[in-house]
Design a protein around this ligand. Structure first.
Ligand code: ADE
Length: 291
């Protein structure tokens, strides 16, 4: 998978040299390039923002640097020439090539092997649709993602109209910009790319992948500070362990995210577990069970 990130704070993405993503880059599974938006400005101050039309506090990110950066990074993927002179800015903002396994150093100014293919272009924004595990899986199937990190009051709407495939929010709170959201999304997506996780199985039981939250996990020692690991986990009875994990998952979800229960696929045994625990089974599920 190829990932391009456009930002005014390239240093945020040093974290992509680490851990799972860093290893995947070294192994050639991911090709990540970070582009400095200021490299696509054409004034001495390298300014990327301006006052909002209509007034009000805060600044808006200007369309011209974004248009040039996207033309350079994503090629002809936009709907119309928001900037003139496509090609004349190729690679100007590239800061790529640092860190593990980033073949992107060779991209600047040259024709990229992905030229002509279309990336999926994602703008993290608090006004976007919620980022979910489902969207994460969908993005993990793409060969090429471009992330555009806004700051200030946001990016001029015309840039998004021309280029955005997805406007995605991490949650109902406002971050200072799209960088941290992009890091979170890149981590959630890339761990689903085949080969990135050591053990492919381990994504399958994650919270949300089953529609439920994951229950508690334990490792040695069997007793810690007077707290014991549940006996069943030491029993060697795989079926009992499996049942216990399902019950914990149901109870954790019921306690913390009852909204997820209403959408989950539950068996009659699951419903019995919830009823026995005195958890109100969502009406929609009770109705389905009665059919
Ligand atoms: N940028 C600022 N806040 C954000 C949020 N909650 N999600 C995604 N991008 C953002």
């Amino acid at each position: 998978m190829r990932i391009d990130i456009i930002t005014i704070f390239p240093d945020y993405f040093a974290a992509l040299d680490l851990s799972l993503v860093g290893k995947a880059r070294t192994r050639g599974l991911l090709d990540v390039a970070v582009h400095d938006l200021r490299g696509y400005t054409d004034d001495p101050h390298r300014s990327v923002d301006d006052a909002a039309y209509g007034g009000g506090p805060g600044m808006v990110m200007s369309p011209q640097p974004w248009g040039r950066a996207l033309e350079s990074v994503a090629g002809g993927a936009g709907d119309a020439g928001i900037t003139a002179g496509r090609g004349d800015t190729a690679g100007r903002g590239d800061t790529a090539g640092r860190g593990a396994g980033a073949p992107s150093a060779g991209r600047a100014g040259g024709a990229h092997p992905d030229a002509g293919r279309r990336p999926r272009i994602v703008f993290p924004t608090p006004s976007g649709v919620p980022f979910t595990q489902r969207l994460s899986r969908e993005l993990a199937e793409q060969a090429w993602l471009v992330f555009c990190c806004g700051r200030y009051e946001g990016i001029d709407r015309r840039v998004l109209d021309a280029w955005a495939d997805d406007e995605v929010s991490l949650g109902d709170y406002v971050l200072a910009g799209g960088e941290v959201a992009t890091l979170a999304i890149v981590e959630a997506v890339t761990r689903l790319v085949p080969g990135v996780l050591g053990n492919e199985e381990s994504a399958g039981d994650d919270s949300f992948s089953t529609g439920l939250l994951e229950g508690p996990v334990y490792t040695r020692p069997a007793s810690f500070d007077g707290r014991a690991v549940p006996d069943v986990l030491l029993s060697g009875d795989h079926a009992a362990v499996h049942r216990w994990r399902r019950v914990q998952s149901l109870l954790t979800t019921a306690a913390r995210r009852p909204d997820l229960l209403a959408r989950a696929t539950l068996s009659r045994d699951d419903v019995a577990v919830l009823e026995a625990a005195g958890v109100g089974v969502p009406a929609e599920i009770a109705r389905r069970m009665a059919q």
